[in-house]
Write a protein of this length. Structure first.
Lengths: 98, 271
């Protein structure tokens, strides 16, 4: 009997993987988004990296809440040799969104 | 430039302290100045794993509160000259640590060491948050086991929101250290695979430490596997993880699967 069960037993790892994927999908939503700012930073980094080579540490994303509106501040430092016709030292891009 | 690393996991018993000691010692053996800091107030163990339990006079809380100078509290390893330990307090209350005090100590450590490695307590309470607070980088220690993976996911969320880097809109690098891995059981579908864990947690891999007898032996002796000259797979894997942490870009070696008769028979089942 136990030999029979041994031969027909399903591997347990795929079950573990599936359970974790379902559980974590729920928990990530319940515990709030995996920090919106982090997600934005990662996606911005990926988008910029497709066009210009930048240092990941030189991209700063901040969100501030003040009363009725929030501001999103994105600060990217781009080495001047990476952009044709850029100002002498460093190119900075700043954006503000309501 | 000095780097501050937090070794964290959420779940207890997965190998944070062993990994802190082993990676710290390996980095120090490469000639870098390394300080390992125990943040587990009340349950300190890094001193024991490093064989320095009888040499602790002053601890992190004494320094953070200004009762002792950093130089008085640092314990220099007798085998690896460039390795120092800052122990946690065993008797004080964990609330004795403040963010300001810890920030000042970490700042001082940055001035004297190339690597500052903070051993986090388990859980997601204040102690764990303090350990990660001022880190530049994190090593997330995970076992291929559902509860450990779930807790690691939670810790990754905290690293992305509660650290000082995250709050300043900067990035905190997180790398996975998979410990107690058994390639045979994984190949047979009995244990989550490396790919499964990476896929679920989606952070890059720092290393895979195989389940190995030498790890228990090392803590029995108070000599991390990277110090006691062990040529076993865990020692090798920790040395490699340390090299990777220091910037080596070689791909992570996956521990060999033991070619036992049983593995050969069943190894393909879950491939």
């Amino acid at each position: 009997m136990s030999l029979f069960r041994f031969l027909t037993q399903r591997p347990a790892a795929p079950v573990a993987r599936e359970r974790l994927q379902i559980l974590l999908a729920h928990e990530r939503v319940a515990l709030g988004p995996r920090d919106l700012v982090t997600i934005l930073r990662d996606e911005l980094l990926a988008t910029i990296a497709r066009h210009i080579e930048i240092d990941p540490q030189k991209l700063s994303v901040k969100m501030e809440r003040a009363g009725a509106y929030s501001t999103l501040e994105i600060d990217v430092e781009i080495p001047c040799d990476k952009v044709a016709g850029a100002p002498p030292s460093v190119t900075q891009a700043q954006a503000s969104a309501a | 430039m000095s780097k501050v690393i937090v070794v964290t996991s959420g779940k207890g018993g997965v190998g944070k302290t062993t990994s802190t000691a082993s990676i710290g010692a390996a980095l120090a053996q490469s000639g870098k100045k390394v300080c390992v800091v125990d943040f587990d107030v009340g349950l300190r163990n890094l001193d024991l794993v490093l064989g320095a339990e009888r040499r602790v006079v002053y601890d992190l809380i004494n320094v953070a509160q200004g009762d002792a100078k950093l130089a008085q509290a640092l314990i220099r390893d007798k085998r690896v000259d460039s390795l120092s330990l800052l122990a946690a307090s065993q008797t004080r209350d964990k609330d004795a640590l403040t963010y300001e005090g810890v920030e000042r100590v970490i700042g001082e450590l940055r001035n004297s060491f190339d690597w500052v490695i903070c051993d986090s307590p388990a859980g997601i309470e204040r102690g764990a948050l303090l350990a990660m607070r001022f880190a530049d980088q994190a090593i997330v220690v995970t076992n291929p086991e559902v509860s450990s993976v779930r807790d690691s996911d939670r810790i990754i969320g905290l690293l992305d929101s509660k650290t000082s880097r995250a709050e300043n809109g900067e990035r905190i690098d997180k790398q996975l250290l998979l410990t107690r891995f058994d390639s045979g059981r994984s190949a047979r579908g009995e244990m989550l695979s490396i790919a499964d864990v990476l896929d679920i947690l989606s952070i890059p891999l720092l290393g895979v430490i195989p389940e190995s007898e030498e790890v228990l032996r090392a803590s029995n002796l108070g000599a991390p596997v990277t110090i006691n000259g062990s040529a076993g797979p865990a020692g090798r894997a920790y040395r490699e993880a340390a090299r990777k942490l220091a910037g080596d870009t070689a791909p992570v070696a996956i521990p060999d699967q033991k070619k036992t008769f049983f593995n050969r028979l069943f190894g393909r089942r879950a491939a």
